[in-house]
Structure formats: C-alpha cells, structure tokens
Design a protein around this ligand. Sequence first.
Ligand SMILES: [Fe+2]
Length: 226
Amino acid sequence: MSSKSMPSPSHACDFSALAQRYTRTRQQTVDLTRPLSPEDCQLQSMPDASPAKWHLAHVTWFFETFLLERFESNFAPYDASFRALFSSYYNAVGRKHPRHQRMQALIRSASNLGASDRQSLKDLLGLGLHHEQQHQELLITDIKHALSQNPARPAYAQRWPLAGTHPQPLGWVSLAGGLGLHGHAPALDGSFAFDNETLRHQVFVAPFEIGGRSCGCPCRNGTKAA
Ligand SMILES: [Fe+2]
C-alpha cells in the first residue's frame, strides 16, 4: 500500500466503531424476533404490513446490494433468486467469503480503499444501520398489529427481548415556531436524501411543545420537566 492511500489512525478508529455498531444493530434485529415462532414470522395482517421474515431478509439485502456488491472483490450474491424477492442481483463468479462474515470482512478491509470509496463505505454503512433500525420499529409495529388480529390477543413477548436501556428523563421541549425550511439541503445534509425529504420548501409552524428526552447537551435550553 502506498503512503498516499494509508488511512490515518482516526479512519481505523472510525471503522472499528462502525464495525461494533454493525454487530450490535444486526444482533438487535435478531433478538427482536426471538419471541416469535416460525409461524409468527410469516404473518402479514394487511397489505401495508410485512412479515417479520421479510424485514429480516430486506435489511440483509440492503447491505449485500449497496455495500458488498459495490465494494467486495469477487462479489457473488448469497442467492441470485433473492433479487426478485428483495430487489435485484446479478450473477458474478469468484470465491465467496464465509457468508456470515462478509460485511465484517469488508469493514476490516476498508483501509485498502481510496479516500473517496472509504467515505462512501462509511456513509452507506451508517445509512444501512439507520435503515435497519427503522425496520426494527416496523417489525415490532407489524407483528403487534398481526397479533392484535388474533382473538386470543397473544402477547408479543413476556419480557422485552433487548438488553435494558437507560432512557433520559422525559421532558417538554418548547419550540418558538415561525417560518422555516423543511426538506433536504445538500449543503447542510450531504448529497443523499430519501425521496420523501425533497423538495425543500418553506413552511409556517405555530409555536408548540413536544415531548423529548434530553441528551444533556446545551440544546437542553428550553426544556422543562414533565
Ligand atoms: Fe427498507
């Protein structure tokens, strides 16, 4: 490796933290399905909901399609037929990494990428983790709706399956309202946006309060105890 492409220690540190976040987030998704039987995982209670097994496959599809396919040398899809189910794949040839280790192997090899690709990998990995957390919420919402359709009203779980969380105290955040801008601004937010975040437009919002859990930073000004 040339000194030009040698990552700084902070890059290695960034990717080490991302690798931990990746492992933690993916494990949380699996843990959320632990209270469910295989039959529960197939339930779809309405057209707008998805079975738990689809959420599991879809969040995995994201990493394979948008990260492994782009950055992994000798990429080959886990199963080419999944493209029809979760998006699309192409057939490639080459040696496969052990399947469950492919993303961790890619993160470990980030130092071999150029600066631009390293940044893209970091951005896409962060996006993929946020996408997976979004689907964790959807998974719970969908399965609780499905179980609510059952006359016996079975509980999703007797105990919350994830490790204990320690939320900050709930409080009220006052916002002054007024004219503001909503929507994605590339100069502020970077180039990526979801389609429902455009077009940027001006809105008037009346003064309001919203419940929130303060992070303890200076933005806490304006918070009052619930
Ligand atoms: Fe999605």
